[in-house]
Design a protein around this ligand. Structure first.
Ligand code: AP5
Ligand code: MG
Length: 244
């Protein structure tokens, strides 16, 4: 089935998802800042054949390219606040209209509040789809600061590393694409505290949103990266009928 969102949508997207083919599997990866969403999304999107869609990465690309969207987003990101929904939802829907999303999507960092969750459900429904599962990587707040303060990511693709838990083979260089590693400006201690203070409440509401719909799958994020991957893969495979 093909259908469109946008023409009638109050959000005003001009790029309907599901325009070329029906939307495939939809996985919403939940977790606090630093829980390991990006790390796991990069592993699992390849293994599952899903498009990895990360709103934080889209905003960072816009900031890097100095676009008008990047100028708006940067002010919020630097304060550790969520970027306004109108801007974020429009950007997300435009990304989902790209051909690679038709095979299915693994969302990382969206939705961040219940308004975004509602907007996603409506857009998917109009494209004949729905969220299949919302795995929730649970990590104690006390561990998040250490994860964020030791993180380095690559300039080219945002591949994440950690000084202790997941160091690169060569210091300062991405194992995968050879680009330079850097520390995100919002991983400064003061901004990390602001992100946790301002965003954990909204995360709890999103967790409840998916729990109420029977889609939430909590996963213990205190394990090593490989162990968390295996738990997530098993949950997603069971929910989507994927062969392991
Ligand atoms: P975003 O980029 O989405 O940041 P975030 O949600 O704060 O999450 P992070 O990327 O910091 O952490 P992660 O869970 O991906 O962890 P990672 O895998 O890197 O958003 C940034 C900003 O953009 C927001 O603050 C907001 O302003 C804006 N924004 C984005 N989306 C938005 C939206 N939908 N609405 C409004 N605003 C939005 O891992 C962290 C570290 O831990 C790494 O060093 C990694 O190597 C290490 N690690 C990972 N797994 C393990 C493990 N199992 N054990 C030990 N270490 C581990
Ligand atoms: Mg991330």
């Amino acid at each position: 089935m093909t259908s469109s969102i946008g023409r009638d949508s109050p959000i005003g997207s001009s790029s309907p998802i599901g325009r070329n083919s029906p939307i495939g599997r939809v996985v919403v990866l939940l977790g606090a800042p630093g829980a390991g969403k990006g790390t796991q999304a990069q592993i699992l999107s390849k293994r599952l054949g899903l498009a990895h869609v990360a709103t934080g990465d889209l905003f960072r690309a816009a900031v890097r390219d100095e676009t008008p969207l990047g100028t708006v987003a940067k002010a919020y990101m630097d304060r550790g606040e969520l970027v306004p929904d109108t801007v974020t939802i429009k950007m997300l829907l435009e990304r989902l209209s790209k051909p690679d999303a038709a095979a299915g999507i693994l969302l990382d960092g969206f939705p961040r509040n219940t308004a975004q969750a509602d907007a996603l459900d409506k857009a998917l429904a109009e494209a004949g789809g729905s969220v299949d599962i919302a795995p929730y990587i649970e990590v104690p707040e006390s561990d998040l600061v250490a994860r964020l303060s030791g993180r380095w990511i690559c300039r080219a693709e945002g591949h994440p590393y950690h000084e202790q838990a997941n160091p690169p083979l060569v210091a300062g260089v991405c194992d995968i694409d050879g680009s330079e590693l850097y520390q995100r400006t919002d991983d400064q201690p003061a901004t990390v505290q602001a992100r946790l203070r301002q965003q954990l409440g909204a995360l709890a509401e999103v967790v409840a949103y998916y729990r109420d719909r029977g889609l939430l799958k909590p996963v213990d994020g205190r394990r090593g990266i490989d162990g968390v991957s295996e738990d997530l893969f098993a949950s997603i495979a069971a929910a989507t009928g994927t062969q392991g």
